[in-house]
Ligand binder design. Structure first.
Ligand code: SF4
Ligand code: SF4
Length: 426
């Protein structure tokens, strides 16, 4: 693609990789069919190719972006299906991340939008504040459910949560410890579904992995990063890196795939930083996803079930772990039930389900329709964002669980509270 980036822009450690993405794009359009927003809207400006042109113009010129540029870039899910599909290896992630940061620094959004984004960055990254928000939403449920737009979307996500028990701070110790892995507490998951980390601890202990709570760490920084709030995001990353450096571990885990992808990208977040780049790279190299640690284990579950597995975009396109979830479920004695368009984003996409509620609901309902048509007994995924977002839809009556909860039950752990068993097994 023709470009007018300056030598200085190309050499910049943050902007440079984005200019490289623009320069590599040959405008072939192979990516368009894989882009959820293009599939739904059919507008070239909501396709990867169209957005690349908008982002190129915005970044080349610098300064305040136009309303049109912001509108279409905001509608991108950052699902990175386009990156996976691209035959020219265009690193769309570098471009869209840089574009979001540029918009954050150079565009004045309407006041309500700014306040909402501020609240997401400051409240949703802190489990204690999320718990207060959940309580308020529950008290005001009849009104909260009637709220339109973004506030309604936020309330529905909170009200669909069924937290069970407190967040675990200690994890079972295997008889023979093969690996000692630090576990990040994360943010919303601790408040919405603390039972997930408990299940992860039991499943990994059976594989000789001891989990140790990483004191001092908090959110991974993905939520502010999705909104281009790089300062907030880097502050969380620094906290996690410093906490990890205090101990001796064989790796660091966070139990949501979207967050794992964020941890593994820390090195780029600090590219060009003389103090933090090397430390971030070391941390990123130690980051593990649950799907990497949980080796498939052959067992017979209490009841064989038909399981639909929703592979989060972060698992498929960032972590490149397609097939890992299916292999774990298959070994655990479940019948993995395929469904149409499993590669398309469910619309959760970090903060997208709150900031773009209409498009996000369309993608969710399309996903739930495809899953329901496959008639599974249960739906599982490895990302809290997808789980909560899908739970707000009405197209599926089956329980929705984190994959670790189902594996834990299959391997002798407790039955997840919301797992309703069908009368007939497969
Ligand atoms: S497939 Fe790759 S090269 Fe082709 S238009 Fe999309 S991003 Fe550009
Ligand atoms: S990241 Fe996803 S939504 Fe955004 S342009 Fe690429 S395929 Fe489309």
């Amino acid at each position: 693609m023709r470009y007018n980036f300056t030598a200085e822009q190309i050499a910049d450690p943050q902007l440079g990789p984005a200019t490289q993405a623009v320069r590599s794009c040959v405008h072939c359009g192979f990516c368009t069919a894989t882009c959820p927003t293009y599939v739904v809207l059919g507008d070239e400006r909501d396709s990867p190719r169209g957005r690349i042109v908008l982002m190129k113009d915005m970044l080349e010129k610098g300064g305040a972006p136009t309303k049109e540029q912001v509108f279409h870039i905001d509608r991108c899910l950052s699902c990175l299906n386009c990156k996976t599909a691209c035959p020219s290896s265009v690193n769309y992630q570098r471009l869209v991340d840089q574009a979001r940061a540029h918009i954050q620094d150079h565009y004045e959004r309407p006041l309500a939008d700014r306040l909402l984004r501020f609240a997401i960055a400051k409240v949703m990254t802190r489990p204690a504040l999320v718990r207060i928000g959940l309580l308020l939403a529950k008290i005001g449920a009849p009104i909260a459910l009637l709220l339109p737009g973004r506030l309604g979307a936020m309330a529905r996500i909170g009200l669909s949560a069924r937290p069970q028990g407190p967040e675990p701070t200690q994890f079972p110790k295997p008889a023979q410890v093969k690996q000692r892995i630090a576990i990040m507490p994360g943010c919303v998951q601790g408040a919405l579904a603390p039972q997930i980390d408990g299940a992860v601890g039991r499943v990994l202990a059976r594989r000789g992995i001891e989990l140790v709570a990483l004191e001092g760490a908090g959110c991974c920084g993905a939520l502010p990063h999705h909104m281009g709030r790089e300062q907030d995001s880097r502050a969380w990353a620094k906290r996690a890196i410093e906490a990890y450096e205090q101990g001796q571990y064989d790796g660091v885990l966070i139990t949501a795939t979207g967050c794992s992808a964020q941890l593994k990208d820390y090195a780029h977040q600090f590219a060009g930083d003389p103090v933090w780049e090397a430390r971030a790279a070391k941390f990123a190299a130690a980051a593990r996803d649950f799907a990497e640690l949980c080796t498939p284990r052959t067992v017979t579950p209490p009841q064989a079930l038909r399981v639909a597995y929703h592979p989060a975009c972060s698992l498929q396109n960032s972590l490149k772990l397609s097939g890992a979830g299916e292999a774990m479920l298959d070994a655990a004695g479940f019948l993995v039930t395929p469904f149409s368009e499993s590669h398309l984003c469910c619309g959760s996409a970090g903060t997208y389900s709150i900031l773009q509620p209409e498009l996000s609901s369309q993608l969710r309902d399309r996903k739930l329709g495809n899953i329901a048509a496959a008639e599974p007994d249960v739906l599982v995924s490895g990302n809290i964002g997808c789980l909560q977002h899908l739970a707000t839809g009405k197209g599926l009556n089956q329980p929705i669980l984190h994959i670790a909860e189902l594996l834990d039950w299959a391997e002798g752990g407790p039955k997840p509270a919301n797992l309703e068993l069908p009368r007939k097994s497969v």
